[in-house]
Design a protein around this ligand. Sequence first.
Ligand code: HEM
Ligand code: HEM
Length: 364
Amino acid sequence: MAASLSRDLAGNVNYRHPTYLGILASGLLTVLVIVGSRNLEHFDSALFGYTIASIVALGAIVFRYAVWLQRPATRTYWLRGWRLFRDRKKLFKNTTNAAETIGKNLIAQNFIFKRGFTRWLTHFLIMWGCILAAAITFPLVFGWVHFELEGDMGYRAYLFGFPVQLMEGRSLIAWLTFHALDITAIMVLAGCALAIHRRLKDRGAIAYQSFLLDFTPHLLLIAISVSGLMLTASSLWFEGYMYPFIALLHQATVIMTLFYLPFGKLFHIVQRPASIGVELYQSRSHEMEQAVCPRCATMFVGQLWINDLKSVVKQLGFDYRMKNGRTLQDYCPRCKRVMRGLAYAGLADRSEPVFYGTRADKAE
Ligand code: HEM
Ligand code: HEM
């Protein structure tokens, strides 16, 4: 991730638009906080630190995302995904395909399941723990949701200042609502414990992991969850002992994580969903005019896909042109492997590698 960040921030990158977009996003969130909390009437000034950090972090995330979108491969596949999605004739089919990808890959995380049940469970617990915690805390911090005591009846929840739900003080719903963050904290802790266990035992992971990239996210999430649980313990069992200090600790760990978000491994939270467009492109490419491998005459992928791939490779500064006037990308994956093998064999003989004399060429 550090390498990919420096790639994003290096080279021929236009920083002006990403900067404007980042400032715009931060400005928009500021307006939403003011409007959504009814002119700050329901905004708790003790949570000012969280709010400022969220606004700055959002600007930084949007900035980094916009810079990332300038990378040749990201830009090409991101734009192609959107263009294909907007195709009016296939809008219904595209929406169904995208919904299917969201369900299978974003919500259920099937593709991690293929790597093993424990890895899936690890990520499921961390991801859903964090998403639920964020869904609860951000609206509360921004003053979009607040609770008011209603006589002996219990608490009433307000959304953007409008009354929504009355909860009896001793009902299960009220208990779950007030302990939801504790449940998410336990989910995150369990997920992080599984992840760290794997990282300490799995020889494959040990070989290439680094502390900054692979342990920092877990340590930050553990610090948030433990300090959160300490808040609950302090108020439930220790009559608020050290509460203000623990609240400050929780705030500090949350703010550190928010600032780490755009620059560390956790940036994949916003990067990964872009794969929906790539999956759509993959499935639509089967219906397009197909590219034919010049060596074995097999149709192997949409011609548009190959053209995009060639343009990305060219923009990245690689030259795969061959002596026979073709480009390596014109060949199917199997033939590419065979040709590489033949080239290595040719090297051993110290004679020229032979890339041509293929079936399709003979037919021409
Ligand atoms: C709030 C949301 C999310 C959080 C907090 C989160 C957090 C993490 C963490 C901490 C890891 C490292 C686990 C390890 O030590 O191996 C990880 C890995 C990973 N994440 Fe996420 N993630 C989130 C969302 C997503 C989404 C939306 C996707 C993709 C659609 C995704 C895809 C992945 C993948 C593929 C890995 C590698 C997993 C493995 O190979 O075991 N994550 N995530
Ligand atoms: C992994 C994510 C998170 C977990 C697991 C978590 C967990 C917790 C827990 C268990 C509590 C104690 C609730 C209680 O009093 O019973 C808490 C309190 C709190 N959390 Fe978090 N939290 C997370 C992220 C966040 C974020 C992102 C924010 C802000 C944007 C936040 C803001 C707060 C605030 C304002 C409180 C109340 C503390 C106070 O009284 O000052 N949390 N959290």
